[in-house]
Design a protein around this ligand. Structure first.
Ligand code: 8YV
Length: 329
């Protein structure tokens, strides 16, 4: 029988996903608990037709040049700012991401993080655990209301719309949003969502949730200038990517009370966190877990595996980012 295509599994994933990949492909599995180093990634990609990644391993033009056997890059993340798709297309390398399967789980978490931020849940728990809860007081850990407030959504893609739906239908929130392209009138009407220019979104939102993809165009989209437009009672939640928000500027704005609180699941330079963010009390910090329900992480891994198997064994990938590669193959 012809040799099976070889792939590198560049990160640890569910054992049964690995087993399924092994049924179809010759799998070299990276077993490290920390992200694979670039030199090791390049070395282990020699002779490999495919690579299984998530949202972090940088796949750029230099790497592609150093790994000429590569035909498919399949990611279990929906965000693909770590992959230079244009460079992949130029080399005839197919790229797939994992849209759809994590939308509702990630929206659940975005909403939960926004609520925890507005109602100071982790700050209150730290207070209780420190043994400082001695009596009830009228303003003890008093935060901001969610119901009836204005929800600002920055980035109105699948996840942004799922968050808007939760706010509008579940909590009676007024929804405003900013996105490069506007929703159709019918979609706006269904969500009761109104498009605003970014400065107005910053000024009107009681709770701003950021779900815009990271790119050169969205780098520090929310920086000092935009933060200065927020209400002092407002909250900001980032479940998109570190880098969309200027973390240093955010820490400063939180410190001086330019906004009430922030909820952050993603950070510039993660897993490092800007030290100034660790010093302000009114911030809820989580380690990039918005998509992390067991069922969803499994669905993400399975989708990446399905894409890899299909692409390398003559089938059709399910969620290609550059399907034009297939047409010219
Ligand atoms: C992943 C994500 O967990 O899908 C994305 O874009 O950010 C998360 O769902 C993360 O990218 C894994 O590295």
């Amino acid at each position: 029988p012809p040799a099976r295509p070889a792939i590198l599994l560049a990160r640890q994933v569910f054992p049964d996903t690995v087993a399924r990949l092994r049924q179809h492909l010759d799998v070299d599995a990276y077993e490290g608990h920390t992200p694979i180093r670039r030199d090791e990634l390049i070395a282990r990609l020699q002779g490999k037709a495919g690579v299984f990644v998530a949202g972090t391993e940088p796949i750029d033009a230099d790497l592609l040049q150093a790994c000429p056997s590569l035909k498919a890059v399949c990611s279990m993340a929906v965000g693909y700012n770590n992959i230079d798709v244009a460079a992949c297309t130029a080399r005839g390398v197919l790229v797939t991401n994992a849209p759809g399967v994590l939308t509702e789980t990630t929206a659940d978490f975005g909403f939960a993080l926004m609520m925890a931020t507005a109602r100071r849940i982790t700050e209150a728990e730290r207070f209780l655990r420190r043994g400082e809860w001695t009596h009830w007081s009228y303003d003890l850990m008093a935060g901001q209301d969610i119901h009836g407030a204005t929800l600002g959504v920055l980035g109105m893609g699948r996840i942004g719309q799922a968050i808007a739906r939760r706010g509008a239908l579940g909590f009676g929130m007024k929804v405003v949003y900013h996105n490069r392209s506007r929703l159709s009138e019918a979609d706006e009407a269904a969500l009761g969502a109104r498009w605003l220019p970014l400065p107005e979104l910053m000024a009107q939102a009681d709770h701003l949730v950021i779900v815009v993809p990271y790119s050169a165009a969205s780098h520090h989209l929310v920086g000092r200038e935009q933060l200065a437009l927020m209400k002092p009672t407002a909250t900001l939640t980032n479940i998109a990517r570190g880098g969309v928000v200027d973390d240093a500027a955010l820490a400063e704005a939180l410190k001086v009370g330019q906004l009430a609180a922030a909820g952050l699941d993603v950070f510039e330079g993660e897993p490092q966190v800007h030290p100034a963010l660790l010093e302000v009390p009114n911030v809820v910090l989580t380690p990039h877990i918005a998509s992390a329900s067991l069922a969803t992480r499994r669905a993400m891994a399975e989708l990446a595996a399905d894409n890899l198997i299909a692409t390398l064994t003559g089938g059709q990938p399910l969620t290609p980012l550059n399907p034009e590669v297939l047409a010219t193959a």
